[in-house]
Structure formats: structure tokens, C-alpha cells
Design a binder for this molecule. Sequence first.
Ligand SMILES: Cc1cc2nc3c(=O)[nH]c(=O)nc-3n(C[C@H](O)[C@H](O)[C@H](O)COP(=O)(O)OP(=O)(O)OC[C@H]3O[C@@H](n4cnc5c(N)ncnc54)[C@H](O)[C@@H]3O)c2cc1C
Length: 382
Amino acid sequence: MLLDTRGLNRFIAFDPTNGTLCCEAGVLLSDILALVVPYGWFLPVTPGTQFITVGGAIANDVHGKNHHEAGTFGCHVRRFELLRSDGERLLCAADTNSDWFRATIGGLGLTGVILWAEIDLKSIHATAIEMETLRFSHLDEFFALSEVSDANFAYTAAWIDCLARGDHLGRGLFIRGNHAAAKAPRTSRIPKRWLSIVMDLPVSVLNRVSVRAFNSIHYRNQLRAISPSVVHYESFFYPLDGIRHWNRLYGPSGFLQYQCVVPHTVNHEAIYALLQRTAVAGVGSFFAVLKVFGDRLSPGLMSFPRPGVTLSLDFAFRGKQTLRLLNELDSIVVAAGGAVYPAKDARMSAVSFQCYFPQWETLGRFRDARFSSSFWRRVTQM
Ligand SMILES: Cc1cc2nc3c(=O)[nH]c(=O)nc-3n(C[C@H](O)[C@H](O)[C@H](O)COP(=O)(O)OP(=O)(O)OC[C@H]3O[C@@H](n4cnc5c(N)ncnc54)[C@H](O)[C@@H]3O)c2cc1C
């Protein structure tokens, strides 16, 4: 049986003076933004799509471009109510049923159904984001830019040309931004779903040749070393939301996402190794993103983000060839003491998962006996 939480879609309370919001767990982040932005408030943390629910944001303890400053979504949750399959209802907060609070944030939906949640919002002055795009020609430059930018910008992340090799390994475009000041010029929002991939394509249009061509053009299009611009928050945070069914670009076999985090080391060997392995495989990821996570720890027991560097890749699915490559990436991540993001996973092994999340057995103790998932069964049965 699958539980559909879309009926839990009502707002319960919004205080526009101090920016707290209480809503049912099926409310979408897009609905929250529509309500609170006109009052000068914003989501404290947002992932790369606004079409997810509050329950999903808590269950995967999602992160965004401001992790270095704000941590994860779970860091901004004051309390929520959890319904267990035996009918018991638990009010959970940092000081009330705190074990349940910790287990449910990042708890992969296994501890019960979150009915509603109260979160703290972030104060803003305008809908615009003042952003800068900076071209960098090598991975070392990314780390230097990240260090400088994280001190002055709320939001940072970089697009990487993951097919570049040799002297250009890890070249890309660094994006950084802040919410604009009150008198910023008005910007137009991207029309919701302005482009639609209307049918399933017979083959993936994202292949080695097209990704190489796209990456090269995208990288070289940035003519100046730094380009400043002022954009609507939707263009900044949610570019993919504008393309309905963007996943169809990968053709009938679809794609696999792979996001990992590895701890900092002086020479960033693991990130070099991951990019080198991907570049050599030549299967190029269209959406390759690199970001430095900050030190703020989440209250979530099983939270994926941790201090270090996160790399996110998408691969058109080519059967065993793709699975073999991802297993090789896993061994680099395991050796580095990192982790792979369960929210985006469809294939990690039980051995890898238990290395990434040694606390998994503790979550098992809080799991509702009548809740499970194919992910959980795969990663807990050796
Ligand atoms: C385009 C795109 C960009 C993304 N960018 C990011 C990103 O930048 N950062 C990031 O962290 N993630 C990102 N993600 C992943 C996404 O944010 C997470 O997978 C999120 O958890 C999805 O939430 P959902 O509401 O769609 O829930 P689902 O996908 O339906 O469920 C996700 C999990 O939440 C659980 N769950 C949902 N509702 C409840 C509830 N009421 N009570 C208990 N458990 C519940 C489910 O059981 C499941 O385990 C992205 C996804 C897409 C498609």
C-alpha cells in the first residue's frame, strides 16, 4: 500500500511578523513561496525544485545552495506531528520526543507519517536575486572561489564540465548570489513550465556528443570572467522547473542520478578521482554540480549533508555499463569516508549504504513496523 499525502495540503498558521509558518505536510514548497514572498519571507532552505512537499523536505532533510550558511531544511523545523500506524500521534521537537524528532528528519519516511510541521522562514526584501557567474578553468580555482564566495554570498554552487580532462579537469561556471536589497529592479519570473518535452523520445538526446557540445558552448558562452545579473528567484533556484517532463530528454531508458559528499582533504583527491573517472568513462553528465557543504550539523540522525564537498551527476542509463561506473564511484566515496544521497539513489548496495550511514540500525529501531520501501529493503538486507 502506498500513502498519498497530497490531501494534507492546508495552511494552519502564518505569522508575517516573525516569519513562522505551520502547514500540513503535503503542502508544496511552491505554495509556501506564493503565500509568504509577498510578505517579505522566503524558504530557509530550498532544493532545486519547488514542486516537493514539506513532508518530503523533512524526510530527506533536503539541502540547497545555502548549505554553507543555513544547513539543511531540518535545521529550520521547530516541530511536527508524527502519526504511527497504530494510531499514536507524537508531537516532536528538539525538546519533546527529541529522539523521534531526530530520527524523522532525514528518516526516509520510515518512522510514520508527518501530518504537519512548523518552520522558521527567512526574511527577504525583494523577489530578485543579485547573482554573479564566474568562469573557472580548473578544479583548484573552484575551491578558491568557493572559499571567498561562501563568506559573502548566501547561495553558491558550480556547474562543472564533467567531460573536460587534463589541464581543464573540473572547469566550469561558479554561481553565487544574495537576495536583492529592497530597491532592486523588478525582474520577470520564468513562466511556470514554459517548455514541455511532449513525448517520450525514442533515444536519449543527451549522449556523449551532444553533452560535449553543450558543455563546450555553455562554458565558452560566458565571455567575461565575471558576469553580474539580477534575476527572479525562480530562474535562480528552479531552472529545471520551467521544462515540463525534462527527464524525457534521457529517452526510454531514463537516467540515474548520483550525488555524493566527501570530507575535505588538503588536495581534494576524492573529487579529482571522481571527476577523472567520469571524464575517462566519457558518458558525461548534463547536470553536473559541485558545492562545498558547510559545518552546520542537522538535527537529523540520517541526514546526508556533512562538512565536505558534494558532487551531483546525472547519467543516461546504459545498463551494466552505467551500473559498473557508479559502483566504481562508490568505491572512491567509501574510501574517502563520504556518503551517497539516498534521495537520489536507485542502485547503491547494502555494503556501501551501511558504510555511509553507520547509524542506520538506530533508524531501524524507530521505523514503524508497517512502513518500508524498496530502498530500505535493498540497503538493509545483506
Ligand atoms: C529537479 C530536482 C531537483 C532537486 N534538487 C535537490 C536539491 O538541490 N537538494 C536536495 O536535497 N534534493 C533535491 N532534489 C530531491 C528532492 O528534493 C527530494 O527527493 C524530496 O524529498 C522530494 O520530496 P517529495 O515531496 O517529492 O516527496 P517523495 O519524493 O514523494 O518522497 C520522498 C521521501 O519523503 C517521504 N515523505 C513524503 N511525505 C512524507 C510525510 N508526510 N511523512 C513522512 N514521510 C514523507 C517519502 O516516504 C519518501 O521517503 C531534487 C529533485 C528534483 C526532481
